[in-house]
Every structure is written in structure tokens, then in C-alpha cells.
Design a protein around this ligand. Structure first.
Ligand code: 13P
Length: 308
């Protein structure tokens, strides 16, 4: 067993800590985590934690969500630079003005946003439950959906309902090349294209299955096909390949020619085993939020959890 992994396990026991990790973390971090999941699963898991310390192996908004759900616990993030292009595309001041300009709208925000933006929202959603959350709003109520315009457009197509969209997007999910994807599909005509709904419309149009990271993982387990082209961050391939070792999983190609032809989120990947160890050892960096902000941001998150 890896020495650092063993040291992390020992510290975790000594300090009564749990590690929650997103599917986009590196394989070594996923392997040492107590729970690996998608954004919804991680929020649900965060409500069940008994440990005193939560180490969140993911990005900043996810650790904030865990803190909002556990205001009395210590929530650590191995690297505070683990950001999110979607969250930074939606500054709270500008978003507040946008909401004020459309006062009668129900504000649904994708969980990939800051605590301040959540505090301005009526309901939070994730890619797992966005459809359900939007459908929970009475038909005659206009909706603001932020910050992911691609998820928003996908939900509009699914529901036939018009929503006012914020124009944010995920740099990773918009990096896929449709031309290269179709070329790759020609080389593997039997493969199913599966995609995360943060991807652009032209990618979703050719996908046979669309879902959150957890839904994509379930799909490759349950579908009878044995070859898939996967359009989401490449970290998910670790758990997928563990679940279906006999199946062929091919990462969707990015527009830019990068060395591995797959898309990796630089923010997710700033967390390393060493930083995970150091943050447990030092009990820092810690997520600190103003108690008033926690109270306000908890309301739309709890609404989402009740509806999920
Ligand atoms: P899910 O975790 O809902 O699949 O979304 C992925 C993501 O946006 C991570 O930032």
C-alpha cells in the first residue's frame, strides 16, 4: 500500500474525519475517499456525516455546500484554488442586478455557483435533478436559470418551457469538438456516445444518453452495449472502468490537441494526495463562511434536497 495513502487513513482515524470526493478527482484520491459521488450525491452525503471534520476533495463551491449543510463542522478543501469556471462566470453583484431586473421570476441556480449566489436563489439544482426542480415550479411562473446556459438550454428542450438563462458555461464541457467526436464515432461505429448536460447542444444532439456523472456511470453499467464514447471530464473513467472492466470506454476528444486527447478540469486536478495529507495534518485550508450567509444559502439547498 502507498505510504501517503496509509498516512492519510491514519490521520483520518485520529482526527475523526471523512473524505468526500467528486468523480472528477484523480484516481488515487477517489480510491482513498469514504464516499465518491456526483454533486447531488455529495450534498446528500454531507447531510449524513457524523465525523467532526469533512475533507472535501472537489472544488470550492462543493466544499461550501458541505459547510452550509454542516455549519458546526470543520470543512477543509485541500487547495483553495480549486475553483469552477461556471461559478466564476456568475458574480453575485451582477446576478443580483439581473434578478432585480426580472422581479417576478423564480430563481433556480445550478449548484456550481458561490454561496452568495445561492443566497440570492429560490431553489438550487444539480445536473441530476434539474429537470425535476424546473418541473416543480408552477407552469405560469417565469424562471431565471443560472449559471450554466448549456444545462439551461437542455432543460428548456426537455420541458418545452422558456427560461431566462445566465450565459455561463463550463470550460471543460464546452471544449469537446463535434468534428473530432464524429470522426471518432466513425472509427467506433458500435460505440454509444454519452454526455454530461453541461456539454454544448451539438454534442448533446448526437448523444444516445445524457446525464450527470452518476447517471453516466449507471448507464454504462446497465446498458447492454460494450463500447462508449464519454463526453464529460475524464476523471469519471476511473470509476467507470472499475465498474465495467470488460467494456471499452473512450474519452470524447477536445477541440485543442492536447497530449491525452481527453478533457481534464485543471481546477479539480489542483487537489493532490500530498495536499490532502497536508490539509488533514494542518486542518487548513478551511472553508469559512459568514453565519448569516450560511443561513440564507441553506434555504434553497434544503429545498432542493427535499424535492430530490
Ligand atoms: P455532476 O456532479 O452533477 O455530474 O456535475 C458535474 C460538475 O459540474 C462538476 O463541477
Amino acid at each position: 500500500m502507498n505510504n501517503l495513502a496509509e498516512k492519510i487513513r491514519q490521520l483520518k482515524r485520529e482526527k475523526n474525519a471523512v473524505i468526500l470526493a467528486h468523480y472528477y478527482q484523480t484516481p488515487d484520491i477517489q480510491d482513498i475517499a469514504d464516499y465518491v459521488g456526483d454533486s447531488l450525491g455529495l450534498s446528500q452525503e454531507a447531510t449524513k456525516v457524523n465525523a467532526e471534520i469533512i475533507v472535501f476533495a472537489g472544488v470550492h463551491f462543493m466544499a461550501e455546500t458541505a459547510k452550509i449543510l454542516n455549519p458546526d463542522k470543520k470543512v477543509l478543501l485541500p487547495d483553495l484554488e480549486a475553483g469552477c469556471s461556471l461559478a466564476s462566470s456568475c458574480p453575485p453583484d451582477a446576478f443580483e442586478k439581473f434578478i432585480q431586473a426580472h422581479p417576478d421570476h423564480v430563481v433556480i441556480t445550478y449548484v456550481n455557483c458561490s454561496a452568495e449566489v445561492k443566497a440570492l436563489s429560490d431553489i438550487v439544482c444539480t445536473s441530476s435533478n434539474a429537470l425535476k426542480i424546473v418541473n416543480s415550479v408552477p407552469k405560469d411562473k417565469p424562471i431565471i436559470f443560472a449559471p450554466d446556459q448549456n444545462l439551461g438550454k437542455y432543460i428548456m428542450k426537455q420541458t418545452g418551457r422558456k427560461m431566462l438563462l445566465w450565459d455561463g458555461e463550463c470550460v471543460i464541457h464546452t471544449a469537446f469538438s463535434i468534428e473530432k467526436l464524429l470522426e471518432l464515432h466513425k472509427e467506433h461505429p458500435g460505440a454509444s456516445i454519452i454526455a454530461h448536460p453541461e456539454s454544448e447542444e451539438h454534442i448533446l444532439d448526437v448523444a444516445k444518453f445524457i446525464g450527470s456523472t452518476a447517471a453516466l456511470l449507471n448507464h454504462v453499467k446497465q446498458d447492454s452495449n460494450d463500447e462508449f464514447i464519454v463526453a464529460t471530464e475524464a476523471g469519471i473513467l476511473h470509476k467507470m472502468q472499475q465498474a465495467v472492466p470488460q467494456k471499452k470506454l473512450i474519452p470524447a476528444p477536445a477541440k485543442e490537441d492536447n497530449t491525452c486527447a481527453c478533457s481534464e478540469c485543471g481546477y479539480m486536478k489542483v487537489n493532490t494526495m500530498q495536499k490532502l495529507y497536508d490539509c488533514l495534518q494542518n486542518e487548513a485550508p478551511e472553508i469559512i463562511l459568514d453565519p448569516e450567509l450560511i443561513k440564507k444559502a441553506a434555504i434553497p439547498i434544503k429545498r432542493m434536497l427535499e424535492l430530490s
